[in-house]
Design a binder for this molecule. Structure first.
Ligand code: F6P
Length: 405
C-alpha cells in the first residue's frame, strides 16, 4: 500500500455530466483516508502549467460542499490538451517539477480515450495515476460517466421537438454529438421513440429512410382528425456518406486533440430527404388529400434539422451518473492507495472494485449491431433494410459485472 499525502484531480477532454460527482467522490474518499485532494485546473493544460502557478485549490470539507454533484460540467475545468503533443522537449520534467512544487504524489484523472492515453504516458514517466472513465460518447470499453446524462438530454430534446413537429407537420432531424460511435444517439433515440436513428456503425441508405418516413408520416397525418403528424430522426454526428466519408466541414478544423470537428450530418440528412420529397409525384397528391397543399408556397412537407451541440452535455447530471461518478471517484482513490496505477475504475458492485488497465479500456467500443435488429423488429428505422433478430438464449449461472450499455 503506497503512502499518499496529497493527490491532484484532473478532468480532461470534453466535459459532460457526472464529473462533479467524480470530484466529490475523490475528494471525500481522500479526506476520509487522511489525504489532501487538490484541483489541477483546466485539464492537462493546467498540469503542464502547474509549475508556474502560485497556488492551487484544496478540496477542504467546505470547498467540497460548495460543489453540486448533480450539475454537469466540471469544477476542475477542461482542455483538449494532450501532453504528448505539446511542443516542449522538457514537458515531462516541467510536469514533475509542478507536482513536486505542490507536494502532489498521485493523480486521479477523469476523461475519455485521449485522456486515458496520457494516463498511460504519465505512468511511464513514473507519475502514479488512476483513470476514471468519462465520455458522453460511451466509446470506451467500460461505462463512462456522462453517458447516461447525455442520453437523457437527447431523449428529452427529441420528445420535446415533436410538439413543434406536430404543429407544423414537419419532419425533424436532430443531430447529436457522439463522435465516431452511435451509443448516445441510439439510446436517446430509443428512449424518445424516435422513428429513425442513424448511427456511424450503419452506412445509411437514404432510400430506405425516405420510404419509412413517407409511409409513417403520410399515414399519421391521414389518420389524424386534425391532420397533424411528424417524423423524428436522431442522427449521430459521425454518420458516413454512402461512399464512406465523414460529414465534416473543413473550415471547422480540428480540436487540440487533433480530431476533426464533425459538422453537417443533420444538414446532409435533411438535404437527402428534401431531394426525394421534391422529386416524388405522390407527395403533391398527399398534400392535396390532407389539405396542406398551397400552390407555389407549400408543395412539399418541410424538413428541419436541429443541432443542439453542447447542450446535450450541459445542464444537469442524471441520477445514475451521480451514483456512478461518486462511486468511481472514491474507488479511484482506493486503487491509487493500493498501488494500482495505470488502471481505470470499471465499476463498484458492493464491496468489489472492478478495474482494468487503462490501455485496454480506451480501445474504441462500437454499437453492438446484433441488438439493432431487435429494435428494427419493434419498428425503428436504422437506415438499412430491417434485419432478422438472430437471438441466442443464455441462462445466467453467476452474477456478472454490471454493464450499463
Ligand atoms: O467527445 C465528446 C464530444 O462531446 C463529442 O461527442 C463531440 O464531437 C466533441 O466532444 C465536441 O468537442 P468540443 O467540445 O471540443 O467542441
Amino acid at each position: 500500500m503506497a503512502n499518499f499525502r496529497k493527490i491532484g484531480i484532473i478532468t480532461s477532454g470534453g466535459d459532460c455530466g457526472g464529473l462533479n460527482a467524480v470530484i466529490k467522490g475523490v475528494a471525500r474518499r481522500a479526506y476520509s483516508s487522511g489525504i489532501e485532494a487538490v484541483v489541477i485546473p483546466n485539464g492537462y493544460a493546467g498540469l503542464y502549467n502547474l509549475v508556474d502557478m502560485d497556488n492551487i485549490v484544496a478540496l477542504t470539507a467546505d470547498r467540497i460542499s460548495s460543489i453540486q454533484a448533480s450539475i454537469a460540467g466540471s469544477e476542475a475545468g477542461h482542455s483538449r490538451v494532450k501532453i504528448g503533443k505539446i511542443q516542449d522537449p522538457t514537458k515531462y520534467e516541467r510536469i514533475k517539477n509542478g507536482l513536486k512544487k505542490f507536494g502532489i504524489d498521485g493523480l486521479i484523472i477523469s476523461g475519455g480515450d485521449d485522456t486515458g492515453s496520457v494516463v498511460v504516458d504519465l505512468l511511464a514517466q513514473g507519475i502514479p495515476c488512476v483513470h476514471v472513465p468519462k465520455t458522453m460518447d460511451l466509446d470506451l470499453q467500460s461505462y463512462s460517466v456522462g453517458g447516461d446524462s447525455a442520453i437523457n438530454r437527447i431523449a428529452v430534446l427529441t420528445r420535446e421537438l415533436k410538439t413543434t413537429g406536430m404543429s407544423h407537420n414537419r419532419i425533424l432531424v436532430l443531430e447529436v454529438f457522439g463522435r465516431y460511435v452511435g451509443h448516445t444517439a441510439l439510446r436517446g433515440g430509443v428512449a424518445a421513440e424516435a422513428d429513425c436513428i442513424l448511427i456511424p456503425e450503419i452506412p445509411v441508405d437514404f432510400d430506405v429512410v425516405y420510404e419509412d418516413m413517407k409511409r409513417r408520416y403520410f399515414s399519421r397525418i391521414e389518420r389524424s382528425d386534425v391532420k397533424a403528424g411528424t417524423y423524428a430522426i436522431v442522427v449521430s454526428e459521425g454518420i458516413k456518406t454512402i461512399t464512406g466519408e465523414l460529414l465534416y466541414n473543413e473550415s471547422v478544423g480540428v480540436d487540440a486533440f487533433g480530431h476533426k470537428k464533425l459538422a453537417g450530418a443533420g444538414k446532409y440528412v435533411r438535404q437527402q430527404l428534401e431531394k426525394r420529397l421534391k422529386n416524388d409525384p405522390e407527395v403533391k397528391e398527399f398534400m392535396k388529400k390532407v389539405g396542406m397543399y398551397a400552390p407555389g408556397v407549400y408543395e412539399a412537407p418541410e424538413v428541419r434539422e436541429v443541432v443542439p451541440g453542447h447542450i446535450v452535455r450541459s445542464g444537469h447530471t442524471s441520477a445514475y451518473d451521480v451514483n456512478f461518478g461518486e462511486k468511481a471517484g472514491a474507488a479511484a482513490v482506493i486503487l491509487l492507495i493500493e498501488g494500482k496505477s495505470g488502471n481505470t475504475v470499471v465499476n463498484v458492485t458492493g464491496n468489489k472494485i472492478h478495474y482494468q488497465s487503462t490501455a485496454e479500456i480506451i480501445k474504441r467500443r462500437e454499437v453492438d449491431l446484433s441488438e439493432i435488429a431487435l429494435f428494427e423488429s419493434l419498428g425503428t428505422c436504422f437506415g438499412r433494410k430491417p434485419q432478422k433478430y438472430d437471438y441466442e438464449l443464455l441462462v445466467e449461472t453467476s452474477t456478472k459485472i454490471e454493464r450499463f450499455l
